[in-house]
Design a binder for this molecule. Structure first.
Ligand SMILES: Nc1ncnc2c1ncn2[C@@H]1O[C@H](COP(=O)(O)OP(=O)(O)OP(=O)(O)O)[C@@H](O)[C@H]1O
Ligand SMILES: [Mg+2]
Length: 697
């Protein structure tokens, strides 16, 4: 019963009591003079107004006893028979003993010694208003009117009705007449708030006699008394646990949960700080997207959250957290289990997820932008929602999307080309197919020419639909190669020095190759070339030939601006072309000078619109001089230590840790050419290459 109903109840009972009194005595003198009336009145007040519903505390018994004692004084001297003295004795005993008990007791009753328990229980029974004042009332009425009289019978009837109405179950039904919602509310009451954690998370002690069963993620409703606005909050049960042998729950409230119920209250007349279960929950997807709440030690760049969810997540999953009314996105990079110590040797296991910040999403600019603050503790973490489709400019290309979302990962083709791009990953992860797809994108620009240096033969046939043209005609190449061989031989006979004849020959070879490259550059039909090597065994000759080729290419880029073209040099299996120095024999002069010619392109190429696309399995055996010049890196799965060190310098430790766990077609992208300037895990779409003849491996 709430206060209002109780007051109505009191008023009606009092009116009825006065009515009955007037009926049997014919005047109103009894209001001041009659003991039966005083005790009946006190019975009403104590039962109805001062609620002692379940049991009376020692202090209430003390008050009951003192008021009873005083009302006894109304009995006139001639009526003070042995019953009077018995009543007075009982009230005195109750007043004294309950006062004493108030001092002696300091534990819950069950933990007190048996004598205190005994007296407390006896006092509760005798001292409760129903017992004490009923006895007074009936005795007073009997004294006044005598057994069998109409007056006594009327008051007895009144008393019976009043007591019946006071039986809790009947009171509830009666009450329900006034407040239909009341019954539902009482049935749904779960417990009361005893603590708050950072505004939106409440600790609730459950009532032991609650009628509702609860489970994780049930929805609840309540009004929090400290809340000035007295808004009705809605939340979900995040956690249940035992503390001091009592059951507790943790309730999270969010604006999003309120929205599920269209911000409307379900129950009426909430008692403050009592949590009510909501049984009828509209269809919603809240629990499918709720992941957990932010926990301690989160930072601007990396959040930590306690995973507590029906939804399953993986590394790479995009998360959304509201920080100061802004949606900030994070990408999961780690999940760690943890054990948390509760009181009394209880423990609970947690999973703490870690996610790095991608930032806020700028839809117009189609990119993530860094956000400069950290979410509050206990902020809810959600699986990100979809975004509207985006428009991608012609100079850009979508290399993929963030796993399980439609957030695009976009690359600026021109920057990717001129500022060099590296594609890394262990064998079979899809580097080559990804690179070829990117090359096809490059080639959509008429002014771009692609030259693939592929000593492994992997690209053979893969671009047949684009009619690849040899930069250097086969017969010219054969001839040039023979000449170079002869020069090398002559030089080695001359103690490693050039003589006039070799110098002249070099010039001649250079000239022929120069002419070939120039004609390739000037031929609009020549888009792509697979740089193949003549079928010979002389590696030093091969390297010298390749070096000369790069030197001339760069020369043309520098002096003739490649005749208005941009050039992309693809170094497939890069360690075969640009090995790391300690993987090259020191004496291997030709290998070193080939490397130097490419390093020059790496260092200065962008000034002359010559870019590299370096494809490698491991970073360890590829020249760092070249690799560090790659301003954009796409890395598929990597296991080895050198790669992980190199890439964590580039991507940052947090995200680089994911490298060994990347799934098929997943990669980490970062660098200058990417629209969003934070490293992120993304998924490459299924690439279908046109007219693939057969695997050439
Ligand atoms: N995005 C993709 N779409 C379709 N198929 C793919 C994709 N990525 C990889 N594959 C499949 O995986 C196979 C291996 O890919 P790819 O040859 O590109 O690997 P790689 O990283 O170049 O390996 P290696 O280092 O051994 O050359 C391909 O033949 C292809 O079938
Ligand atoms: Mg490959």
């Amino acid at each position: 019963m709430n206060k209002r109903t109780r007051l109505i109840f009191l008023g009606l009972s009092l009116l009825l009591l006065i009515g009955v009194g007037r009926f049997v005595t014919n005047d109103f003198d009894f209001l001041l003079n009659d003991f039966w009336f005083t005790s009946g009145f006190l019975l009403l007040i104590l039962l109805s107004l001062i609620d002692q519903p379940h049991f009376s505390k020692d202090s209430s018994i003390f008050i009951n006893a003192v008021t009873a004692g005083i009302s006894l004084l109304l009995i006139s001297e001639e009526n003070r028979n042995w019953v009077f003295w018995l009543f007075l004795g009982i009230t005195l005993y109750l007043a004294l003993s309950s006062y004493l008990l108030m001092w002696v007791r300091n534990n819950p009753l069950t933990q007190e010694n048996k004598w205190i328990q005994f007296f407390s229980r006896v006092n509760r029974e005798i001292g409760k208003p129903q017992t004490l004042f009923s006895a007074f009332f009936l005795w007073g009425a009997l004294n006044q009117f005598g057994l069998g009289s109409d007056g006594f019978n009327a008051l007895l009837l009144y008393w019976v009705i009043f007591m019946i109405l006071n039986i809790p179950a009947i009171a509830v039904i009666f009450n329900n007449l006034f407040e239909p919602k009341e019954l539902e509310k009482q049935e749904n009451a779960l417990g009361s708030i005893l603590g708050v954690q950072s505004k939106n998370t409440f600790l609730v002690k459950l009532f032991s006699e609650r009628k509702q069963k609860i489970k994780l993620f049930d929805f609840v409703e309540f009004v929090y008394s400290i809340d000035d606005t007295r808004q009705i909050r809605k939340g979900i049960i995040l956690d249940t646990y035992l503390l001091n042998e009592q059951q507790w729950i943790k309730v999270l409230t969010t604006a999003e949960i309120n929205k599920i119920f269209e911000n409307k209250p379900i129950l009426k007349g909430h008692t403050d700080d009592i949590i009510y279960k909501i049984s009828d929950v509209p269809e919603n997807e809240y629990l499918e997207t709720f992941v957990g709440i932010i926990t301690e030690n989160s930072s601007i760049q990396k959040i930590k959250f306690v995973y507590n969810s029906k939804a399953s997540v993986n590394d790479g999953q995009l998360l959304e957290v509201r920080v100061k009314d802004t949606s900030v996105y994070y990408q999961i990079v780690e999940g760690i289990t943890r054990i948390e110590q509760l009181e009394n040797r209880n423990e609970t296991g947690l999973i703490v997820g870690e996610a790095i910040q991608l930032g806020t999403w700028n839809h117009e600019k189609v990119r993530f932008e860094q956000f400069g603050w950290v979410p509050e503790i206990n902020s809810p973490v959600y699986i990100s929602s979809k975004i509207q489709d985006v428009e991608i400019a012609g100079t850009e290309f979508q290399i993929g999307h963030i796993p399980n979302t439609n957030f695009p990962v976009i690359i600026n083709k021109e920057l990717a080309l001129t500022h060099h791009t590296a594609v890394l990953g262990v064998t079979g992860t899809g580097k080559s197919i990804f690179a070829r797809n990117l090359i096809r994108e490059y080639l959509k620009d008429e002014t771009i020419k692609v030259i693939c240096i592929d000593f492994t033969g992997e690209y053979k046939g893969k671009f047949d639909d684009l009619d690849p043209i040899d930069v250097i005609n086969n017969t010219v190449a054969d001839m040039a190669f023979k000449e170079i061989d002869e020069i090398e031989l002559a030089v080695s006979k001359n103690y490693g020095k050039d003589n006039e004849a070799t110098i002249a020959k070099r010039k001649e070879v250079s000239k022929t190759m120069h002419a070939e490259i120039t004609s390739f550059m000037q031929n609009p039909a020549a888009k792509i070339s697979i740089f193949e090597l003549p079928d010979v065994n002389n590696t030093s000759g091969i390297l010298e030939y390749t070096r000369l080729f790069f030197k001339l290419l760069f020369h043309i880029a520098k002096n003739d601006k490649s005749f208005g073209n941009k050039v992309c040099l693809v170094l497939e299996e890069a360690h075969t072309v640009i090995p790391e120095w300690n993987f090259v024999g020191i004496a291997d002069k030709s290998s070193q000078s080939l490397l130097n010619s490419i390093a020059q392109i790496a260092l200065q190429g962008r000034k002359y619109n010559v870019g590299l696309m370096v494809i490698a399995q491991r970073t360890a055996n590829v020249s760092k001089t070249v690799l560090t010049q790659c301003n954009t890196i796409i890395s598929f799965q990597e296991f080895d230590k050198t790669s992980s060190e190199f890439l964590s310098n580039y991507f940052g430790q947090g995200i680089a840790n994911v490298l060994p766990n990347l799934k098929f077609r997943q990669a980490i992208a970062a660098g200058k050419a990417l629209k969003s300037n934070v490293p992120m895990i993304f998924e490459v779409p299924e690439i279908i290459e046109p007219e693939i003849e057969e695997e050439n491996k």
